[in-house]
Design a protein around this ligand. Structure first.
Ligand code: ACO
Length: 385
């Protein structure tokens, strides 16, 4: 393209297809989501994180033997290298949870003999280790933030139950475990969103999978993406009493503020994940604390108002991050772990995309339209004004 041509700029890559993929379909117009062809609602209801991980990585639901095998592989990989535990401990109290997760995940590469091996088989094995260990890292971050120390994983437990054990030092109650099992499936994949694209950009240079996943974590952290779950709950905390909801939203919108947990680049209908979480929250009502009931009341009032005000004019509906906070609170999860848990679950999708993309890799290298000057005369420093 010559300089005098006027290129079409797609800000934020909106509407641009970057690859073909068989992993995930987001139907934004109708608010439908499929992992490998299976509707998210069916997976949340029937599947486990281990099974969903197998599905995402392999493209089909596992047989019993295959499920047992991936369950064992994930369980075998859980224990963290001491060096990584030391990094988490050193950063605890000084850095945000996502910063600790990003650094600790990157550091895992130092303890993996296959880091530089780019064969498909090695990348698959590393994917399993990453998916398994990111949950151990997140649990350990939470544990250390609460003043505790590293809890050894228990191979006899399922992935999510072990996560809860490593986080709390004890087995979870049934309600908390059920919630977290669903959260891990719901967050496991979402096509080429910003963090998956970030992962793929890093991976497309034929860097290694640890670098790619570390990039994904970095991208997920921001409040316009994965960080919105924490931000939405903080807003509910700030609103305080449900009766303040409408005035809060009114003045935030008047001040051109974004209401976190609403809006989506692709969904112009109700995000199906938010629908599942809303129903979940409503079903928990009588079994939840006063705090959760209060957040639920605020969330429902905010949802009603936002839909009335912005759904028709701007196609803005609740996204996955809006109801996630109160659901996590019902499972006893502290706010600073919301986004790290999202990342630990999403590692399955990130790895699936990397394994798929590397089969037919092409370096990502978009263009930008240069609007600055050219051929300026270099002026020595002593002559500059
Ligand atoms: N609250 C109020 N207004 C909003 C919101 C919101 N949450 N989201 C979008 N808008 C408005 C914008 O102000 C803009 O209005 P205008 O046309 O009158 O100027 C219009 O809707 C379009 O907004 P864009 O920023 O162009 O839409 P984009 O596709 O870039 O935004 C995004 C998507 C970033 C998610 C946006 O909706 C947002 O900031 N939401 C809040 C953060 C959030 O919840 N992120 C999580 C998304 S889900 C996930 O990543 C896991």
């Amino acid at each position: 393209m010559s300089d005098i041509e006027t290129p079409q700029i797609s800000r934020g890559l909106e509407g641009i297809y970057i690859a073909e993929s068989r992993i995930c379909k987001v139907n934004g117009a109708e608010g439908r989501l499929y992992y490998r062809g299976y509707p998210i609602e069916a997976l949340v209801k029937n599947s486990s994180f281990e099974e969903t991980t197998f599905l995402l990585l392999n493209g089909k639901l596992p047989t019993r033997a295959e499920l047992d095998d991936i369950t064992r592989q994930l369980a075998d990989a859980r224990d963290l290298p001491q060096g990584v535990v030391r990094i988490i401990s050193e950063m605890s109290g000084k850095a945000e949870s996502m910063d600790i997760l990003r650094t600790a995940t990157s550091a895992l590469s130092a303890y993996d003999a296959e880091t530089a091996d780019m064969s498909p088989a090695a990348n698959f094995r590393k994917s399993i280790r990453i998916i398994s260990r990111m949950s151990s890292i997140v649990a350990t971050i939470g544990r250390m933030r609460a003043g505790g120390s590293y809890i050894n994983p228990d191979k006899a437990l399922g992935h999510v139950e072990n996560f809860m054990l490593m986080l709390n030092g004890k087995a979870p109650d049934k309600q908390a475990l059920d919630i977290m099992k669903d959260m891990f499936v719901i967050h496991a994949e979402h096509s080429s969103n910003a963090s998956t694209f970030g992962t793929m950009v890093a991976g497309s240079t034929l860097s290694d999978i640890y670098s790619a996943i570390t990039a994904g974590i970095s991208v997920l952290k921001g409040p316009l993406h994965g960080g919105a779950d924490e931000a939405a709950l903080k807003m509910m905390k700030q609103i305080g009493d449900p009766s303040n909801t409408e005035s809060y939203i009114e003045s935030a919108l008047a001040g051109k503020q974004r209401i976190m947990g609403f809006g989506h680049r692709v969904y112009k209908a109700y995000d199906p994940r938010a629908k599942v979480l809303k129903e979940y929250l409503l079903s928990l009502q009588e079994h939840s604390s006063e705090e959760v009931r209060r957040y639920t009341a605020i969330a429902l009032r905010a949802e009603k108002m936002m839909i009335e005000k912005l759904s028709a004019s701007h196609g803005i509906w609740p996204n996955v991050d809006f109801f996630a906070g109160p659901v996590y609170v019902a499972a006893g999860i502290p706010v600073n772990l919301f986004t790290p848990i999202f990342a630990a679950s999403r590692s399955a999708g990130w790895c699936a995309h990397m394994l798929e993309y590397w089969k037919d890799n092409r370096l990502f290298r978009p263009l930008e339209k240069y609007t600055g000057q050219i051929d300026l005369e270099y002026v020595p420093i002593e002559k500059r004004q």
